[in-house]
Design a protein around this ligand. Structure first.
Ligand SMILES: *Cc1c(COP(=O)(O)O)cnc(C)c1O
Length: 441
C-alpha cells in the first residue's frame, strides 16, 4: 500500500494515514524482519493506544470529502497510477490486511505484497492478471496438484496453453522449453515451484532467469518469473535474490504456522503487484480481517518456529536415515551425501536451510507405510505442512490417489512413501515416536 504519512502532490492532506509506523533503521543499522514483525506498519496512537491492532470489522470507509472519494476510486480502478491512497471498501483492502502486507514484504525485501484468502486464490488471481487467450504459461513440474488443475483444466478451457520442464532441469533443457514456448505465441508467465512436491527436486532459479533473459532478450517486456515459495520461504529460500520477479505463498503453511487458518500471499515489485491488485480488487480474493490479524500474530514467531522446526527436522532425519527399516530419506540436507551433485549445487546457490518437510521411503510397501503411520502417537495423520505440530501422510493413498500410476512412478510416489512435516515439539520426543512406530512395522 502507498505510504500515506506524507501529504499527496496535490497538497491535500492524506485522508487515512497509517500514522507513525515505526523506524526501519536505528543508527544506520537496518532492522531485521524478526524485530519489525512486532510493530511495523501499525501506529497504536491511531487505535486508542491499543498495543495490538484491533480487528477492523467494517465493509466500507468514510471519505473526508467528495474529491478525496473520487481520487480514491481513480486509484482503485487504475485511472490514476499508484493504486488507492487510502481505504475505500473492504473488498479492496482493510487496516489489518495492509499491516500484514507491509510486514510480509519485509521478509524478502519485496517492494510490495498482497494478502489473499488462500494460497490457491493468490495463484488464481496472479494467473488471471497475467494471461489472455492464446498465451502460454511455461512452468516447472510437478506443481501443487491444484495449481496443475488450474493451469491445465481451467485456464485450458479459455485457450491458455502450457509447456513444462522438470524441476531439476538444466539450463539447456530450460532453454529448449522456453524457445518452443516462444515459437507457440506470447509467453505470459514463467511459473515455478521449488522444491517440487513430493519429489523435493529443486528448481535452478538462476538458470531459469538467465534463460528467460536470453530467449526473450529482444523484448522490452519479458515474461515475469513467479515462484511458489511455500515450502522454504521466507527463512530458507528467497528466490527474488536469484532472479524471480514474483513470489507466491500459501500462508496456510509455515507463515500461518499453527494449522488454524487458510490464506495466501504474493510479493513483488510495485508495478507487478499493482497489476495483480487490480485483479484482486475486481474479484475480491483478499483475506478477511480476522485471518490477517491471526497472521500478524503468527509472523511474530515465524523465525523462532521455522528455526526450531528446521533443527528438529535435521535431528529426526539423521535418526531415520540410519534406521534399518528405512530405505531412503528425501531431505534437502542429504543432497551432498546422496551424491546428487547438480541438486546439491542448486541447494548451495538457492537455499538457506533444508526446511522441515521431507519424504520418507520405508522398506516395503503400503502395509509397512500404513503400520508406521497408524502407530505414530505424537505425529498426527494429516495432509498440510508447516504447523507447530508434526504431521505425516501417505501421498499415494491420499493427496495423489487419483494420479495415474505411470505419473506416480515418474514422480517417485511409491506405496512406501510417507510425507512428513516436522513441528516445534521436543526433537527427542519425536525421535522416540518415530522409533516406536518403526518397531511396530
Ligand atoms: C498448500 C499449498 C498451496 C495451496 O495453498 P492453500 O492455502 O491450501 O490454498 C499451494 N502451493 C503449495 C506448495 C502448497 O503447499
Amino acid at each position: 500500500m502507498t505510504d500515506n504519512t506524507e501529504a499527496d502532490v496535490t497538497g491535500a492532506p492524506a485522508p487515512q494515514g497509517k500514522g507513525d509506523t515505526g523506524p526501519k533503521t536505528i543508527g544506520g543499522r537496518k532492522l531485521k524482519p524478526s524485530t519489525l514483525m512486532m510493530g511495523h506498519g501499525y501506529d497504536p496512537m491511531l487505535s486508542e493506544g491499543s498495543l495490538k491492532p484491533p480487528i477492523f470489522l467494517t465493509s466500507t470507509f468514510v471519505f473526508p470529502n467528495a474529491a478525496a472519494g473520487k481520487r480514491h476510486f481513480e486509484g482503485v480502478t487504475g485511472k490514476r497510477p499508484g493504486g488507492a491512497e487510502g481505504l475505500v471498501y473492504s473488498r479492496f483492502n482493510g487496516p489489518n490486511q495492509e499491516i500484514l502486507e507491509d510486514r510480509l514484504a519485509l521478509w524478502e525485501e519485496a517492494e510490495d505484497a498482497l494478502a489473499f484468502s488462500s494460497g490457491m486464490s493468490a495463484i488464481a488471481t496472479l494467473f488471471l492478471a497475467m494471461v489472455k487467450p492464446g498465451d502460454t504459461i511455461v512452468h516447472s513440474g510437478p506443481l501443487y496438484a491444484a495449481t496443475e488443475t488450474l493451469i491445465g483444466r481451467i485456464l485450458g478451457k479459455f485457450g491458455i496453453k502450457w509447456l513444462d520442464f522438470p524441476a531439476g532441469a538444466t539450463r539447456e533443457e530450460i532453454d529448449a522449453v522456453m524457445t518452443k514456448a516462444r515459437e507457440s505465441g506470447d509467453v505470459a508467465l514463467v511459473y515455478l515451484e521449488s522444491p517440487a512436491n513430493p519429489t523435493n527436486a529443486l528448481v535452478d532459479v538462476e538458470a531459469v532467469a538467465a534463460s528467460r533473459d536470453a530467449i526473450f532478450a529482444d523484448l522490452d517486456v519479458k515474461p515475469p518469473i513467479a515462484i511458489d515459495n511455500t515450502f522454504l520461504g521466507p527463512l530458507w529460500a528467497q528466490p527474488m535474490r536469484q532472479g524471480a520477479d514474483i513470489v507466491v505463498y500459501s500462508l496456510t503453511k509455515y507463515a500461518g504456522g499453527h494449522s488454524d487458518l487458510v490464506a495466501g500471499g504474493v510479493l513483488g515489485s510495485k508495478a507487478q503487484i499493482n497489476t495483480i491488485r487490480l485483479m484482486r480488487n475486481t474479484i475480491g480474493t483478499i483475506c478477511d480481517p480476522n485471518t490477517a490479524w491471526m497472521l500478524l500474530r503468527s509472523l511474530e514467531t515465524l523465525e523462532l518456529r521455522m528455526t526450531r522446526a528446521g533443527e528438529n527436522a535435521a535431528k529426526v532425519c539423521d535418526f531415520l536415515n540410519a534406521h534399518p527399516k528405512v530405505d531412503r530419506v528425501g531431505y534437502l540436507g542429504f543432497l551432498d551425501q546422496q551424491g546428487d551433485a547438480r541438486q546439491a549445487d542448486i541447494y548451495r546457490r538457492n537455499c538457506l536451510g533444508a526446511g522441515s518437510t521431507f519424504s520418507l521411503y520405508l522398506k516395503g510397501g503400503e502395509t509397512e507405510a500404513f503400520a508406521f503411520l497408524d502407530n505414530l502417537k505424537i505425529a498426527k495423520l494429516a495432509v498440510s505442512l508447516g504447523g507447530t505440530e508434526t504431521l505425516a501422510s501417505h501421498p499415494a493413498g491420499m493427496t495423489h490417489l487419483s494420479v495415474p500410476q505411470e505419473r506416480k512412478d515418474a514422480l517417485g510416489i511409491t506405496d512406501s512413501l510417507v510425507r512428513i512435516s516436522i513441528g516445534v515439539e521436543d526433537a527427542d520426543d519425536l525421535i522416540a515416536d518415530f522409533e516406536a512406530a518403526l518397531d511396530a512395522i
